[in-house]
Write a protein that binds this ligand. Structure first.
Ligand SMILES: *Cc1c(COP(=O)(O)O)cnc(C)c1O
Length: 400
């Protein structure tokens, strides 16, 4: 259809509230981390139920701070999943530790059994990733962490609005167990956005304080106090920190995005229902698994192709969608396939055949609040048409 507009893989939902708050911030004379960032932290802390929330300029920064503040470093091993963004693994390398990959479950999340197989005397931490917004099996992961005395740092880049047994990532669980820290992303494509930004939460006051110091150059007091009426010119650097604070301009966006998070979630969940209903009739594809033990954040709708029923592969399927004006993505190119990680990721102890198999059949479809029913219908009709055109013909062998 030539007159149909391209359906992008993602469109952020920014309203007049965000725009007005940014304009007010620019006019206020205070641009860096100040009152709006403090408010965003308080409201995020209240939303998740975590005891401490620290606004940072990315999820990557949050992961790095959590690893640095728990003193993970050279000689230590950190277990994570191959189906993640490179940032998860890069931050492990930035603190000088060695990433170890565990294989995934059929749902795409890290497999607790595979984690346990990879534990060595050098293992210090586990970084589970809630892929696409589906919460990981945290009870099993916390069990392993307790048995082997490991830290747990959650990469909740996709999962701000997920719930695990009723609790948001970062909140103390009913069983009283929690992860040491949880990092969230407000990158442009995530469930809520500040353009670039993130948050790291913890329930440990000492860890919260250490991350706050490391977040701003290792300065023992923050600059906001320094320049406020009550503040003083004096400060002390107590360790070599980073420059990871979130500005008030970005927090201005975040405050209003957070107010809308449940509405955004409800819309995406409704669209998932429509996708599931329409796509479950097509034998050449499989709909993504839901969540029986919590709430799926539905950051991604990861369709799976039944490759044995198709005469084309995933890449060709994506090309076909693109030629019809539909933007898609793949989450993720497994870590061992990137040239930089290849050297160690191909070691036998990092083998992840299930992640590789899943990768070859997954396509992330458009899923965001401003999608229309007409667009969703066009996407599902197109998938149906491509599947029908390229279905592997059943070979009926004569005389057998
Ligand atoms: C987006 C993403 C990150 C990085 O988030 P930033 O805020 O861009 O640093 C980390 N992990 C996963 C799984 C992601 O999808």
């Amino acid at each position: 259809m030539a007159d149909r507009k391209f359906i992008p893989f993602h469109v952020p939902s920014i309203g007049e509230e965000e725009i007005a708050e940014v304009a007010a911030t620019l006019r206020s004379g205070w641009l860096t981390s100040g009152e709006r960032t403090a408010r965003f932290e308080r409201e995020f802390q209240a939303y998740t139920g975590a005891r401490h929330a620290l606004a940072v300029n990315s999820c990557t920064a949050g992961l790095h701070l959590a690893l640095a503040a728990t003193d993970i470093g050279p000689g230590d091993e950190v277990i994570t999943t191959p189906l993640t963004f490179c940032a998860t693994v890069n931050t492990i390398l930035h603190v000088g530790a060695t990433p170890v990959l565990a294989d995934v479950l059929p749902d795409g999340n890290i497999d607790p059994e595979s984690i346990e197989e990879r534990v060595t005397p050098r293992t210090r931490a586990i970084i589970p990733v809630h892929l696409g917004g589906l919460p990981c099996r945290m009870d099993a992961i916390w069990d392993i962490a307790r048995r082997y005395n490991l830290r747990v740092i959650e990469d909740a880049a996709h999962a701000t609005d997920a719930r695990y047994r009723g609790m948001a990532p970062g909140a103390p669980s009913h069983s009283g167990r929690t992860s040491d820290a949880v990092a969230f992303s407000f990158y442009a494509t995530k469930n809520i956005t500040t353009g670039e930004g993130g948050m790291v939460t913890t329930n440990d006051p000492k860890l919260a304080e250490r991350m706050r110091v490391l977040c701003l150059h290792g300065i023992s007091k923050d600059a906001w106090n320094r320049y406020s009426e009550k503040g003083s010119w004096y400060y002390e650097v107590i360790e070599a920190g980073f420059k990871y604070n979130l500005s008030d301009v970005q927090s201005a966006i975040g405050i209003h995005q957070l107010e809308k998070i449940e509405r955004f979630h409800a819309l995406r969940t409704a669209y998932v229902g429509v996708y599931n209903r329409r796509l479950s009739e097509i034998e050449e594809v499989e709909t993504p698994p839901g969540c029986s033990y919590g709430r799926h954040a539905w950051h991604l709708y990861e369709l799976r192709l039944n490759l044995d029923r198709l005469a084309i592969d995933r890449d060709r399927f994506i090309d076909e969608l693109r030629s019809r004006g539909i933007g898609t993505s793949v989450h993720f190119i497994p870590i061992p396939l990137h040239p930089f990680f290849r050297k160690w990721a191909h070691l036998k102890q990092n083998a992840c055949p299930r992640a590789m198999a899943l990768y070859s059949r997954m396509i992330s479809l458009p899923l965001y609040p401003s999608l229309t029913m007409d667009q969703i219908q066009f996407v599902t009709d197109s998938i149906k048409e491509i599947a029908a055109q390229h279905a592997r013909r059943q070979i009926v062998a004569a005389g057998m």
